[in-house]
Write a protein that binds this ligand. Structure first.
Ligand code: NAG
Ligand code: NAG
Ligand code: NAG
Ligand code: NAG
Length: 501
């Protein structure tokens, strides 16, 4: 053990951060922030007014940073749109933007605030990091002037980017990431031409970073993990929950598990927009999460994480997602399948008719198998098994293969797939699998009241079955194997690696 520590220190001394030894673990913090929004205006406000509003938000973030640092946190992540919100046109966001240089310039704004023009936001964030000796991750807006020498230059002579910045514990700008997969309503920002894979090294592992809607894509989300073998991913987001399949905590924790990395997810908080759900997720476990539709308050969370989860004995083994389902015959039945919509995708469903049983439902190349046993088959609740194999085409285009079993909104079968909040039916046993043609499958189980199922109550076997473990019967709202087939995506989302060269 001593020898190991010594060699780690030498490596660090030689290449990275002098005078700091590698840490086996670190303390991560995320802050779910209830953003103070500017008033909606068509006419841009003055630079001073914009700064006033941003400083109000940074005042709140500052309290969280100080509290986190006091409790020993090494790094804190704050949400996307966290210092000015999301209510903008291209013109009205302009006074909120600063020119953010590339980290290669080696800049500590707190020490040298004038070096790149007027950058009060970067100066304040850098000082926050430096004064509290903590890495600070914030989402701000970047502007880059351009002119006719660039054929893609927008008519107003500038690019505007949704941007994550990271300041290290000395206040140095160490990462800048321009969001690649903008969500449809983000009309205030430009798409970067090429996806950036942004990483940086720390004494507590290698980090990658991307933003919100990027998590559905191959570039940069999957690429930054696979090509750089990062240990942890920083993830500012402004995510509005849409049940049954796209709620922040279940989806993000499933992504961390499937990709085998720590994920530090900080969501914006606004209950009328259904924005809540932040957490710290390790590959083997959800460390802490926060989901609050009751109050309008922010929330700080901290948790200890392994700096290099891959080298840990508890690191989950790779899963061959289609293995089991492809090895068995479809369950025989005289069932009647019916269509149903989940978030604009047309699933094929079949009803779970008895208190126990075996069903198979197929769509195109995907067959989903379910074996289950309920404590009782209630007359007032209906469950269905569903399959979807196709291109999702609303608010972005991405190819999905999904197996799910869920509670229907009412006892009418046409409501299967519509959001529902609570369930009384308890499942004593279940095993869900599918004939997936991808290794990117994100497994989730959401219980009554939008709670996550504790890990001790289920497992994912190496042959791709999501199974209950004997224990307490679970009030399942929805269970899903959410598969992404990147090869079948149209360009932009999921661009192949060739695109980068
Ligand atoms: C928005 O407008 C109201 C009424 O004019 C004002 O009281 C409030 O301070 C404004 N909010 C911001 C963030 O400027
Ligand atoms: C156009 O922009 C480039 C950099 O993007 C700059 O080097 C050049 O001086 C600019 N030309 C004019 C006429 O402003
Ligand atoms: C939440 O967002 C909506 C839509 O942008 C806004 O109208 C509302 O004021 C926000 N709520 C709070 C508490 O800020
Ligand atoms: C479901 O299938 C398993 C074998 O795969 C069998 O042991 C079990 O009896 C079946 N259950 C029902 C209710 O048909």
């Amino acid at each position: 053990m001593i020898a190991l520590r010594f060699s780690k220190c030498v490596v660090i001394f030689a290449f990275l951060v002098p005078s700091v030894c590698a840490l086996d673990t670190f303390i991560a913090a995320v802050y779910e922030h209830a953003v103070i929004l500017p008033n909606r205006t068509e006419k841009p406000v003055s630079k001073e007014e914009a700064l006033l509003l941003m400083n109000k938000n940074i005042d709140v973030l500052e309290k969280a940073v100080k509290l986190a640092a006091k409790q020993g946190a090494h790094i804190i992540v704050t949400p996307e749109d966290g210092i000015y919100g999301w209510v903008f046109t291209r013109e009205s966001i302009y006074p909120y933007l600063e020119d953010i240089p590339a980290p290669e310039v080696n800049w500590i704004p707190c020490r040298d605030p004038q070096r790149f023009g007027y950058t009060p936001v970067q100066e304040r964030l850098s000082c926050l990091a430096k004064d509290n000796s903590i890495y600070v991750v914030v989402n701000i807006g970047d502007k880059k002037p351009c002119n006719a020498s660039d054929p893609h230059c927008p008519p107003d002579g500038r690019y505007q980017y949704n941007t994550d910045v990271v300041f290290d514990s000395k206040g140095r700008l160490v990462a800048r990431y321009h969001k690649y997969n903008l969500f449809a309503p983000e009309i205030q920002f430009d798409f970067p031409t090429d996806p950036e894979l942004v990483t940086f090294d720390t004494p507590f592992g290698k980090f990658g970073i991307f933003t919100c809607f990027d998590i559905f894509s191959h570039h940069p989300a999957v690429a930054v993990v696979n090509e750089f073998q990062v240990d942890s991913v920083l993830y500012p987001t402004a995510w509005y929950n849409t049940l049954p399949l796209l709620s922040a905590v279940p989806f993000h924790s499933a992504w961390a598990r499937a990709m085998g990395v720590n994920l530090l997810a900080a969501n914006t908080h606004n209950t009328s927009m259904h924005m809540t759900g932040s957490g710290i997720y390790a590959p083997e476990a959800v460390k802490v999460y926060h989901y609050d539709m009751e109050t309008e308050s922010g929330q700080l969370m901290l948790s200890e994480l392994k700096s290099q989860p891959r080298s840990d004995p508890a690191y989950p083994a790779a899963i061959d997602w289609g293995a089991y389902a492809k090895s068995v015959k479809p369950f025989p039945s005289d069932q009647l399948d019916f269509p149903g919509m989940i978030y604009f995708d047309k699933f094929t469903f079949t009803e779970l008719k008895e208190n126990m049983g075996n069903y198979t439902v197929c769509q195109k190349d995907l067959c989903c198998h379910l074996s289950y046993k309920m404590s009782e088959n209630r007359a007032d609740e209906v469950y269905a098994l569903g399959a979807f194999d196709g291109l999702h085409t609303v608010e972005g285009q991405y190819y999905l293969q999904i197996c799910t079993f869920l509670k229907c909104q009412t006892t009418a079968l046409r409501t299967c797939g519509e959001p529902v909040g609570s369930a009384f039916t308890k499942f004593e046993e279940f095993s869900l699998s599918g004939t997936f043609a991808t290794s990117y499958v994100f497994p989730q189980i959401v219980l009554s009241g939008s709670q996550l199922a504790p890990e001790r109550h289920y497992e994912v076997s190496r042959d791709g079955r999501l199974r209950s473990r004997s224990g307490a019967p679970l009030p399942v709202l929805v269970t899903a194997l959410y598969g992404r087939v990147f090869e079948k995506d149209p360009p932009r989302l999921g661009q192949g690696p060739g695109k980068l060269q």
